[in-house]
Design a protein around this ligand. Sequence first.
Ligand code: TYD
Ligand code: MG
Length: 457
Amino acid sequence: MKAKTVFYCTECGNETPKWQGKCPACGSWNTIVEQPAETGIKTRAAGGSKRNSHDRQRSRPKRISEVETTDELRFHTGLSELDRVLGGGAVRGSLVLVGGAPGIGKSTLMLQICGQLCHFAKVLYVSGEESERQIKLRAERLDVHDDNLYLLTETDMGSMIESVLEMRPDVLIVDSIQTMYNSDLTTAPGSIGQVKDCTMALMQLAKGQNITVFVIGHVNKEGSIAGPKVLEHMVDCVLYFEGESHMSYRILHAAKNRFGATNEIGVFEMEDGGLSQVPNPSELLLSGRPVDAPGTCVACIMEGARPVLAEIQALLAPSGFGNPRRTSNGFDYNRAMLLLAVLEKRGGLMVNTCDAYVNVIGGLSVDEPAADLAAVVAMASSFRDRPVPNDLAAVGEVGLTGELRSVSTLNQRLSEVQRLGFTKCLIPMRGSEKVAEPEGLQLIRVRNIRETLAAIL
Ligand code: TYD
Ligand code: MG
């Protein structure tokens, strides 16, 4: 008999009955691979239901008023930056996926929260990547030692579930999802079928046993966890841990959160003794800012409820080719192109023949329109080769007619600008009537791009 096979897209996990060059679901090319059909799933799922049969009851429809909400208990992880990204602490019985490039510090982050959690909870750290000795050495380095922290080196999902059911921890950490495998499946660990199946099993554990599960996932070179859509819809929260390899700080942000907003970021710094929290990231992001250099301006963006100052740099240079080169890093590319066009048409600067590069320092990704003005100022400053005053920041959205539009939470942004020692700030005229001038901060109210350029360059 011919062995049954199915075809998977490695990018989005979509299943098709036959091979195709282009995935019908996500549209990527050459991502469909053939895998043996997973007949094993059924047996394992059946085993799983037998295992849980004594504590599983048939669920019945309930009135919404009868549903108890006290169940959603949050607890603090001991790292307030992580709590912030999770929406105010970890939720009991939730499954959190922590993704990031290898070596960024995911294991360190997880081991560090173990140190705090085990003061009040039973924590099991399952590693398929490192030996117990390696983890112990790292724990010593991070000053984590408590009898409530248990280690298990295991890659077989079934044995791990057995250990978990036996030990009944409150918090389970799995490092990493790519090393775990279900022996009933014939595919290799890390393949899309395995990763999906293991995540499913962990989800059952989390919900069925009310265990908070943190799963580490490595991102592939495209920046997604074994095909992002595959896992994102299965878990409760997806956190990404990012940073630039040559810098010591790391940014944690949520791509999905069933229990809170996704716009908060957590900032950490990697030190010899592990990750330390950075409660005021602006200082860090602005450190090493060039003095009196053309092509840089400071913007104030909101990361959730917190204002953060970011330096936006631009380089405009005459292009040697017919088609100018344009790139942007950390700043939305289309937005940058739009701002260049506005600068040309409404600001009167002939930038269309220039190569343009826009960069946000520190690995932040800026997608808020409030950063427009700073980007435009940085571009104009580079084009004219004249520096912007060092003590100047800019906040405002730029419209297509070159007009400046008001931004939300201006007062909060201005107090952060003032706190970091800036003495001047460009703000849109419109909507600024009620804004109180913080002490020591001069507000320069401008209506449009032309006024802006006249005021400072
Ligand atoms: P790790 O947590 O192993 O990364 P991941 O699990 O995401 O692959 O972190 C590895 C890096 O962190 C490594 O390059 C060394 C560095 N590090 C420190 O700088 N200080 C420390 O205290 C620890 C534990 C790691
Ligand atoms: Mg690791």
